[in-house]
Design a protein around this ligand. Structure first.
Ligand code: SF4
Ligand code: SF4
Length: 199
């Protein structure tokens, strides 16, 4: 189980500053047990967004946001989700990245920080190192802290060749992936924001 804490409201709102319609996702697994991604947390977040003049297309608490099949099954045919430009995910870093991987056309925002792995239960923590300050809102849902073998958080090393990592040429350089994804969203000029967490 991954323990999570809520990000400060200002940080969440800042990450959604330029977003249009937002869909809020919770997670009934780990995040619900931390009371950070349960139905109440999702409802509270919806209220906050509406009070700040944001448009909310809908909300949904997924059984497990880190499960590929579940995310696909619950969201692929959800009409409210289809209408949203951005997704705010109240789940651990793995859950955020799972949604981001399956729906690359959506702007991704993380509402929680992953702070600790509890010894009870098991969880897919493949792409989250529970660093305590999630920056996925600035990297379009790709964790450079976990996916870069050098753990670089302030930009690429420059050693990638044809988009492949110089340490392991079987994997893509995560920094190239981040840049390409930001570019597809018309945000290439925001690449620098992914270098260091602004908050
Ligand atoms: S930035 Fe990466 S390691 Fe840190 S909480 Fe987010 S997904 Fe996990
Ligand atoms: S090539 Fe990219 S992923 Fe590989 S070590 Fe360098 S910055 Fe990290």
């Amino acid at each position: 189980m991954i323990l999570t804490s809520k990000k400060p409201q200002e940080e969440v709102l800042a990450s959604l500053q330029d977003s249009g319609t937002i869909f809020v996702i919770g997670c009934a697994s780990c995040a619900a047990r931390s009371k950070t991604g349960d139905q109440k947390a999702v409802d509270d977040m919806k209220e906050l967004l509406l009070s700040k003049g944001k448009q909310v297309a809908g909300t949904l608490v997924l059984p497990a946001a880190c499960n590929l099949q579940t995310v696909e099954k619950y969201l692929a045919k959800n009409e409210d989700f289809a209408k949203a430009d951005a997704v705010l995910i109240l789940a651990c870093g793995t859950g955020v990245q799972t949604v981001g991987d399956i729906f690359p056309q959506k702007t991704i925002a993380a509402g929680l920080n992953s702070i600790c792995i509890s010894t009870s239960g098991s969880q897919n923590k493949r792409f989250c190192s529970v660093c305590g300050h999630c920056v996925l809102s600035f990297t379009q849902g790709l964790c450079q802290k976990t996916r870069c073998p050098k753990g670089l958080v302030n930009g690429p090393c420059g050693g990638f060749v044809g988009g492949k990592c110089e340490v392991d040429d079987k994997q893509d350089c995560v920094w190239v992936l981040i840049y390409e994804k930001l570019k597809k969203h018309g945000k290439a000029d925001e690449f620098i924001k992914s270098f260091i967490s602004p908050l």
